[in-house]
Structures are given as C-alpha cells and as structure tokens.
Design a binder for this molecule. Structure first.
Ligand code: ATP
Ligand code: MG
Length: 400
C-alpha cells in the first residue's frame, strides 16, 4: 500500500463511485424517470433517453451509475447491457455485444439484424421483463458508411415491441454522444421521434465543480490528509482553464501527482507535484528556450520573481504584491530599474499571452484592498528557474 494512494483502483475510469458530486440531481432525475417507466403494472413500451456533453463531462459514469441504481431496485427482473459503439463500430457487432450480455449461449454471428433483434427480445423475455441498453458513443456508428444501417437498427429497436404480443415488457435505452449532431444529421424524423423521447445535456465542468469531484475522489483513493485544498483547487482551476473541464484529465492528474509525491517520498501532494504531473501528462506545449528568450530581460526578471515567490510560499498561486518584493530585489541584483505597478501589470498580461497555458494571470474578486491579481505557473518551477537564470546571465542589461 502506498504512502499516499491507498485505493488506486478507485481512480480507474471503469470504477463507478457511490456518489457523483455535482451530478446528483440529474442522477436522481434519470433514476426516478426510468424507475417509473419500468414500474408500470401492465402493457409494454420503449423509452429512449439521450445524453450529450463534452469530453469528460461524466456521461458514461452517470449512465452506469443510474443503471446500477436501477439494478438495486429491479434485481433479476432487469437486464442491463452496456456497449461502447466506438469499440464495436459496426451495427452488427453492437447487436452481437448486446446479445452476448443477455445470454452467453446466443449465437454471435450468422444472423441478420432482424434475427438478432428478435433473439435479444426473446432471450430477455425468458429471464426478465425489463431491459436497459446503454449505447455509449453512439455517434461513432454514423462516422463510417453504416449510417443508414444504424438508423434502421435504432428504428427497429424502438418499434420492435409494437409487433409483438408481449405484455408487461419494457425496454429503455440511454444513448450517449458528445454532441447532438448525429441526431439531426442522421436520424430521419420518424426514427428521431421513436428512438429519442428525451434529451439531457451535461454542461462542461467548471473549477468549482471539479474541485468537489476531486475532493471526493481523493477521499476515496488517498490516505486522509495527504492532499491539501490548495492543491485540489489548483488542479481544478488548471483543468477548467486548460483542459476543457475534462474530469478524466483531472482524475489522471490527481493520480499522477499522488504517485510523484510518493516517489519523492513526501507525505503530502503539493502544488509542485501537480506541476510535475501536468508536465508528465504533456498537456501544455513544452517551454522552449527560444520562447523564454523572446520575453526579453525585464519580463524574465518578473517571471523569476514570480517563481521565487511561488517556491518560498509553496502556494499554487501568488499575488502581484507578493511578487513585487522579490522583483525589487532581483532588479537590484541584475542592475535594472524597477517599473511602476501599472507597467508591471501590463508585463504580467504580456507574459500570460506569450506563455499561454504556462502562466495564468487572473484577477480575483474584490477584497478590502481592492482587486488582487493572482499568478500561477503550470510547469515545474526548478527547471524554469534554472533556464531563466541561464538566459539572464547571457542577455546584457539594457536589452529588455
Ligand atoms: N460528477 C462526478 N463525480 C465523480 N466522478 C466523476 C464525475 N464526473 C466524471 N467523473 C469521473 O471522471 C472520469 C470521466 O468521466 P466519464 O468517463 O463519465 O466522461 P464522459 O463524459 O463519458 O467522457 P467521454 O466523452 O470522453 O466519453 C471518470 O473517471 C468518472 O468516474
Ligand atoms: Mg464516455
């Protein structure tokens, strides 16, 4: 067992956590809706729900969590199938996957689409009265040249029950894609109306939501007290600003930062470990010397001051006021005239622009002394510091 990470399996993306912070409302909404649909005492029916949302917005985990919740209610009276259409690719493979999850004795090949569907329905009926199919990344069925076949299959799936004499039998699907595009560009109005009865959209996670998610996942995976709130909020901000709020990236970085801290034999995950994790994950462009030299002497001094302030405070960000103390000292050391506050502010903005993704400058909400400017750096500080010092020794003063 690691010093920091005590339950690494809970950081796997296939792990389905007990809770889904910030998605609990939609989780219970979907659960209640499908439960109600499945609870009808007679008749038959099909219900199709579609979930869209950007990369890493929790679509897969939400659908699997809801399915697991329903399973605890309906037990063996509910069969759940999960297919990732991107891995199956062909319509026929998707149907074979579904069939194999219902019963391992069903044939895997040699059947037509209609025969497959019939088999799926009959085999379910033998064992249960409810079937929930999750069709993840459904849009990938429409990328190749199987679009028409896929449309046809979805139509048949949603209308199949109408031709049967089944009673007390209910089928629901949760289909998932990042955008809703395939619905409108591929499904004809009849299929759309039969296959999709409800659409839900998951907004990309912002920093506040990511911090809640990370706090929870760290609680499951890490030894108590081994990651600070500051590290968590730094990580959350970084992912929200630089990685589209992708929760998968956030969790990967959390794990990586934990491993790095363990490897360095430290007891807690600090912001610097997160910077190292970001570097290892190669999320932002590598910082080459050319780019640094391009900043010019004075901005390099300011950047160096920021690094020193970050290092000495061990924080994830520093304020302009904190930087200015180091800045004055460094100006004296390198024989430069310190600039006024407004000029420094402008320089910081320029650095942020020129080192986009690497340096972030944000203006925080008002406090008693007005607004404060926060600066963070998303690359490991030691290497950056060494490189800047090297350049400053080479660029003569008066050229910045
Ligand atoms: N609200 C949440 N609470 C806890 N963990 C979450 C939450 N949302 C997402 N996760 C975790 O983040 C990771 C990515 O989520 P998920 O795979 O569901 O995203 P997705 O929307 O399906 O992404 P993609 O479009 O790439 O398939 C998973 O490890 C998942 O468990
Ligand atoms: Mg997914």
């Amino acid at each position: 067992m690691g010093k920091i990470i005590v339950a690494p399996e809970t950081l796997d993306h296939s792990f389905i956590p007990e809770k889904l912070p910030t998605r609990e409302n939609i989780r219970s909404e979907l659960f209640l809706k499908i439960r109600q649909f499945f609870s009808q005492s007679s008749g038959k029916g099909f219900k199709g729900i579609h979930i869209s949302g950007s990369v890493g917005s929790g679509k897969t985990v939400l659908s699997r969590r809801v399915a697991a919740d329903l399973k605890t209610v309906f037990r063996e009276n509910l069969i759940i199938c999960y297919v990732n259409c991107r891995f199956s690719k062909r319509v026929y493979r998707v149907l074979a996957q579904i069939a194999s999850q219902i019963s391992s004795s069903l044939p895997q090949r040699g059947l037509s689409k209609d025969e497959f569907l019939e088999l799926i329905f009959l085999a379910t009926k033998e064992r249960a009265q409810r079937l929930l199919i999750i069709l993840d990344e459904i849009d990938s069925l429409f990328w190749g040249n199987e679009g028409e076949k896929a449309t046809d299959m979805l139509y048949s799936l949603s209308r199949y029950l109408e031709k049967t004499t089944f009673s007390n039998f209910f089928v629901a699907t949760i289909s998932i894609s990042r955008t809703e595009e395939f619905i409108f560009s591929w499904l004809d109005p009849a299929t759309r109306a039969s296959f999709i009865h409800e659409k839900k959209h998951l907004e990309a996670y912002g920093p506040g939501e990511l911090v809640e998610i990370l706090r929870y996942r760290a609680k499951l995976a890490f030894r108590n007290g081994t990651i600070s709130e500051e590290s968590l909020s730094y990580l959350a901000n970084f992912v929200a600003n630089q990685a589209w709020g992708n929760a998968r990236t956030a969790i990967d970085l959390l794990r990586l930062a934990g491993e790095i801290a363990e490897h360095k034999n430290e007891d807690v995950v600090r912001p610097e470990h997160i910077r190292l994790a970001i570097k290892e994950y190669a999320l932002i462009p590598a910082l080459d010397m050319e780019k640094l030299i391009g900043l010019g002497r004075h901005k390099l001094i300011l950047l160096l001051a920021t690094i020193l302030a970050l290092k000495n405070s061990n924080r994830s960000y520093v304020t302009r006021t904190m930087v200015q103390e180091y800045y004055r000292e460094l100006c004296a050391e390198y024989g430069e005239e310190p600039r006024k506050t407004t000029q420094i502010w402008r320089y910081l903005r320029e650095i942020e622009y020129e080192l986009s993704g690497i340096v972030e400058v944000t203006v925080s909400g008002k406090n008693q002394r007005g607004r404060s400017t926060r600066i963070s750096i998303n690359v490991p500080l030691d290497t950056l510091e060494k490189n800047i010092v090297k350049i400053l020794k080479k660029i003569p003063s008066g050229l910045g």
